[in-house]
Every structure is written in C-alpha cells, then in structure tokens.
Design a protein around this ligand. Structure first.
Ligand code: BTN
Length: 257
C-alpha cells in the first residue's frame, strides 16, 4: 500500500483545531510504533503525533506478548500526546470504547481493552506512559485485524473487520477511528471514565459470564466500576480488579464452575 492512500491530511484537518502541534506520519516499516513514540517521548519530543506503520517488525502486545500483523491485512498505529488526567484509571477502556463505537455496532469489549466479536479478537490496545521532568506523555498503540489472518499461535481466534464491513481497507479504517479517538482522549483527560461506564457496559462481553484471571481469581463478572475496575462476584465477596497486567477469560459456556 502506498503512503499516499492514507488519509493523513483529512485526519490532520479534523484534529488540528483540537491539538495545534498535531502531526500525522506514515512509515512503510518500523520495529513498533509504540516503541518509536516512547523513544521520542524519552528524548523530549512531546508533539502530539499519530504514527502509522504499514509493517511492524517487532510489534508488541500487552503483558510482554508479541503482536504479529501483515502489511495490508491489519492497521497498526500509535498516538502520542502530553497527557495529565486527574485519574488515569479506565483510560484503556475509554480507548477501546471509542474504537468499538467508530467501527461497528457488533464490536464488543473484553476488559480491559480487547475488541471482541463473537469470542474472537478483532484488535488490541497497548497503553504506555513516559514521564520526563514532571511532564507525562501517553502512547496509545492500536492493532486491528482488517482482513482475515491465520490463527496460528494466537490464544484467541482472530476476527477481521471485513467480515462486518466488506471491502474496508486499513487506510479507510484509520480515517474512521483517528479523530474520534483523539476527542475521546481529550474528554477523558477532563472527566475520566465514569461518564463512559454505561456505554462500555452496553458492549461488555464478559458481564454476566463466569471468568477466570491469569492471577488465579474466578467469579461472575458484574461489569465495570465507575473507575473502570472489573467487578467479580467471587465465593468470598465482590472483588474489584484494577490491574491491567492481568488477563481475563470467560469459562466455556457449558462449564458451570
Ligand atoms: C494486545 O492486545 O496485546 C495489544 C496489541 C497492541 C498492538 C499495537 S500495533 C500498534 C502498536 N505498536 C505496537 O508495537 N503495539 C501496538
């Protein structure tokens, strides 16, 4: 795909009234868009930047995992901006919600921030922050499967956006999600997650299901709290899980533990 097909200018025109120093960059290849924007933040480059890579050679997922993607079959980008919310909790949920609402009514959210459709993973989000000299910068990385991909080596079978939006390209998808995502981040900085709780709940794929976590908890998901914690009804009471360094999976439907 040629960089010229990316809607960089259109996105810039939508966003620059909100973020005057905003830039959009499209690279044919880089190790990881998150790694690059974190390097820039640590080097003191704080301009709000949307960085798209047609191909990542070392894409990173949550919890130290690898994020694999094929040029043209997926959308990989990161957004970096100076950021100072009163409360960071629930930020990754807000990002997932913004993406889901921009993509399709059927896109669900699996706490904390996976995009799921019918128990398959459509995309993931990696939120990182850098702090330098009293300023903080957030880097939000997004990977979306646009066209079907092999399930080899994945914990969760993949879904592809073209199943619900036939013919859509990575570039068109970027055009749909970028400006609303930036608006969501600016709103979140002022008001946090609580105003988004009900909209998250409408897409919450875990609520009402029995789940288990990577650190050994299990229970019935009661949904998310106003601060974005996952609320589990366990045998010993209600447990609020705040850490994003935990992965959560539903038990298979027939499993009544
Ligand atoms: C996950 O579900 O584990 C999160 C995946 C995040 C992948 C995106 S692709 C663009 C950005 N650059 C990276 O190296 N990772 C994120």
């Amino acid at each position: 795909m040629s960089p010229n097909t990316w809607p960089a200018e259109a996105i810039w025109e939508q966003v620059y009234p909100l973020l005057p120093d905003f830039t959009v960059e499209v690279l044919p290849e880089i190790d990881s868009t998150n790694s690059e924007l974190m390097r820039r933040a640590r080097a003191g480059q704080h301009e709000p930047t949307l960085l798209v890579a047609e191909r990542q050679t070392a894409g990173r997922g949550r919890m130290g995992r690898v994020w694999q993607s094929q040029a043209g079959d997926s959308l990989t980008f990161s957004l970096s901006l100076p950021y100072a919310p009163k409360d960071w909790s629930g930020l990754s949920l807000a990002v997932g919600l913004s993406l889901a609402e921009s993509l399709h009514p059927q896109v669900g959210l699996k706490w904390p921030n996976d995009l799921w459709v019918h128990a398959r993973k459509l995309g993931g989000i990696l939120v990182e922050a850098a702090s330098m000299g009293g300023r903080s910068q957030v880097v939000i990385g997004v990977g979306l499967n646009i066209r079907p991909r092999p399930a080899d080596g994945l914990n969760t079978p993949p879904a592809a956006l073209t199943e619900w939006r036939p013919g859509i390209t990575a570039a068109q998808t970027l055009g749909l999600v970028a400006a609303p995502l930036i608006q969501t981040l600016l709103n979140f900085e002022q008001t946090g997650f609580a105003p988004l709780q009900a909209r998250f709940e409408a897409r919450d794929v875990l609520k009402g299901h029995r789940v288990h976590t990577s650190d050994g908890a299990q229970g019935l998901s009661l949904g998310v709290s106003p601060s974005g914690a996952l609320r589990l009804q366990t045998a010993s009471g209600v447990l609020d899980i705040h850490s994003s360094e935990v992965s959560v999976r539903p038990f298979p439907a027939e499993d009544k533990r």
